[in-house]
Design a protein around this ligand. Sequence first.
Ligand code: SF4
Length: 394
Amino acid sequence: MTTAQTTELDVQPSPLALLLLGREADPKSERGVECPGDLPSPSDPDLVERARAAKEKLGDKVFVLGHHYQRDEVIQFADVTGDSFKLAKDAAARPEAEYIVFCGVHFMAESADILTSDDQKVVLPDLAAGCSMADMATAEQVAECWDVLTEAGIAEQVVPVSYMNSSADIKAFTGRHGGTICTSSNAQRALEWAFAQGEKVLFLPDQHLGRNTAVRDMGLSLEDCVLYNPHKPNGGLTAEQLRDAKMILWRGHCSVHGRFSLESVEDVRARIPGVNVLVHPECRHEVVAAADYVGSTEYIIKALEAAPAGSKWAIGTELNLVRRLANRFAPEGKEIVFLDKTVCFCSTMNRIDLPHLVWTLESLAEGKLVNRIEVDRETEKFAKLALERMLALP
Ligand code: SF4
């Protein structure tokens, strides 16, 4: 793989980008849906009390899920915290909860809706909380990619593997074409399964997780991977390149984890002698290659729990989580810093704030269902198939 293929600089502007966080709705992607309703002011001193009162009024009817990357002001009201897949399973295990309030982003709420019963209603406190990575693969683009693979005569050899961080449409595409979903914890097992079903994998939508798993964990070479750019004709690849490749990586990335650079790693090692660098596999390949440890958010939390007193850690993942972990482990004498010098919140995760949570809980307590996320039956059927294949992974 050439350097030019891995750089983010040649991103083609998409008309969808103009809708980002705007007022126009684009229901086919995760972008630009507006948040209705009158929100309480962020300066309202009673917000914490109002959230507590509304939650108490709802009792067992509501179950609040908090993703690890959420703000502290929101996390304090979460009944459970975790990564997106754990949270969706937690919600499914609480059938008595009529309302599942998902403090996370849009694709996570979709997954929760897919995995919970028809009676449970999944609510996203701010509909503009999308995910830039999930937005990088639309249903139309992926269908077009499959046509390109078909024309190159390789579609039958290709098994799609989609990261949990994808829209329900992409999960359904994966299910329809015999593929599976994966998380950052089980990506290697998913790829091993996929290579036992076919000769090639189409990995969606995070190029970095796909490349890091294939090359770092499974011994494939960078030359075995090609990058499919949905903004270029035929993905910017020749039929020969597609035929020679083992991993066809979708050109998507996380805007938060994609910011960490080799320079960040070198810099923190110079600043903090003896520091352990621990990064998420959504980071670029060169960052992962230079790190001491690599793993999912759950892995990061467990590694820090097990770390000895006096150890020093630089963490390459979202800032809300890193800050929380730094505060939690400081009394145990563990020094935890953020890998980069600049702040790096996930801006869409951060859209879920206390005013939106209060508005959601109070609306539900008054019997008003707001911001429901509902996946249509057909999409749900095939997305569930892909998720079930993941659950059955050896
Ligand atoms: S951290 Fe990255 S992958 Fe996660 S929601 Fe934000 S943009 Fe999406």
